[in-house]
Design a protein around this ligand. Structure first.
Ligand code: 9MR
Length: 387
């Protein structure tokens, strides 16, 4: 990015930045990188080998993971190094979604997804698949091509092809993502998205049954957000997700796991709502994955980086202390690991455009932040409640 003597960002750099964002690379502004040097990054404590996140997680029966940005993996050696050093489970942030995988109705683009699978195999990492059916990030041709008549064939063919290609190599598939949206007003709480409009609520069972056939080894997962905190809205969403999962179990739809995305906000409160929700999922025989954790600090008005990092870390600690106490939790993944590449990159803290968010365990220079140590401590102090 170009910054003029007056500190203004040039149009050319804004366009270049836009192109990189369009390519899936969120770019931390220079200001962020400069600031992070003066931040609380702790370079004195050992963080590799037996001090890594994955080593500490393993002591407590957990996998430690992250979403992976395909372009960063392909082009940034430092990114790949930290990834291999810290994590034992990965998920493609975008590369296995319909949009990137399906340039046309008749073709598949597997290059980025295959590259992640190869990296994971080389480093003996497990892989989560994300995702096989979602209302969002559908290819541009979808709206004009999908009809009530061909939708089931499209869905089944996609899942058979994609889950079949990686059969036996995926720990867990997010088969259906974000199917609940209480505010859409349906009595069952299900989202009135494209698949619902085309196929009715049966699309969920169709997706899971097809996934089981395509890859009998993968844990088939329902994944959603907005169920974490103590708000009324989260409570309603938890109830709708549970009703969905109970219905699936009653119909013998193959469902093995619940994914709780865990995109949370600094200072949120996480109590009996999420605890009881997880216990109910366990009662259904499900494993639980924390699938996409990060801590959004847009609500903080304090611009002191040390304070922001402490608040973000405190929220990681608080949330993980509550959720990791649930014995069904098998893995904790963050949605990216470096603030250099985060979907919250365009977001801001407070009202300050020059203060980007710091939601992840490594800053934009790959230095561990307070969040790294909060996560590692939460692994260390995991004490599971009685199952
Ligand atoms: O981080 C992802 C971002 O790069 C994409 O533009 C966006 C739209 O597809 O999806 C983001 O990831 C989402 C994930 O797939 C599902 N849960 C919410 C995540 C953050 O929006």
């Amino acid at each position: 990015m170009d910054i003029s003597a007056e500190g203004k960002i040039s149009r050319r750099s804004v366009l270049a930045n836009g192109a990189m964002i369009a390519a899936g690379l969120a770019v931390a502004p220079l200001a962020a990188r400069a600031q992070s040097k003066a931040s609380q990054a702790d370079t004195t404590r050992a963080i590799t080998g037996r001090d890594s996140l994955k080593a500490h997680a393993a002591h407590h029966g957990l996998l430690a993971g992250t979403a992976v940005n395909a372009r960063a993996l392909a082009t940034q050696p430092e990114y790949a190094r930290v990834l291999a050093e810290q994590y034992d489970i990965v998920v493609a942030e975008n590369a296995m979604k319909w949009g990137p995988l399906r340039p046309t109705p008749d073709t598949f683009f597997f290059t980025d997804a295959d590259a992640l699978m190869a990296f994971a195999a080389e480093h003996k990492m497990k892989v989560r698949g994300h995702n096989l059916c979602w209302h969002s990030q559908l290819p541009t041709w979808f709206n004009s091509t999908a009809t009530k008549e061909n939708a089931q064939h499209l869905l089944v063919n996609h899942i058979t092809t994609v889950a079949g290609r990686y059969r036996g190599k995926i720990e867990a598939w997010d088969v259906v993502n974000e199917a609940v949206q209480v505010s859409d007003g349906r009595p069952d709480g299900l989202r009135n998205g494209p698949w619902m409009k085309l196929l009715g609520p049966e699309y969920i069972d169709i997706a899971f049954r097809t996934a089981r056939q395509a890859d009998p080894h993968a844990l088939l997962t329902y994944n959603d957000y907005g169920v974490e905190n103590d708000s009324d809205d989260a409570g309603k969403k938890r109830a709708a997700v549970l009703a969905l999962m109970r219905g699936m179990k009653a119909r013998k739809t193959p469902l093995d796991a619940l994914g709780i995305q865990s995109h949370i906000h600094a200072g949120g409160s996480f109590g009996s709502g999420i605890r009881d929700f997880m216990a109910s999922a366990r009662d259904l025989g499900l494993k639980i994955f924390l699938t996409e954790m990060d801590v959004n600090s847009s609500n903080l008005t304090d611009n002191d980086i040390a304070h922001v990092d402490q608040a973000v870390a405190a929220t990681y600690r608080d949330y993980l202390t509550t959720t990791l106490a649930e014995p069904a939790v098998a893995a904790m993944l963050t949605w990216g690991f470096t603030d250099r590449y985060t979907w919250l990159g365009g977001g801001r803290r407070g009202q300050q455009p020059s203060h980007p968010q710091r939601p992840l365990p490594f800053d934009a220079n790959y230095q561990p932040t307070d969040a790294f140590f909060a996560i590692r401590d939460a692994f260390d102090h995991r004490q599971t409640r009685q199952a």
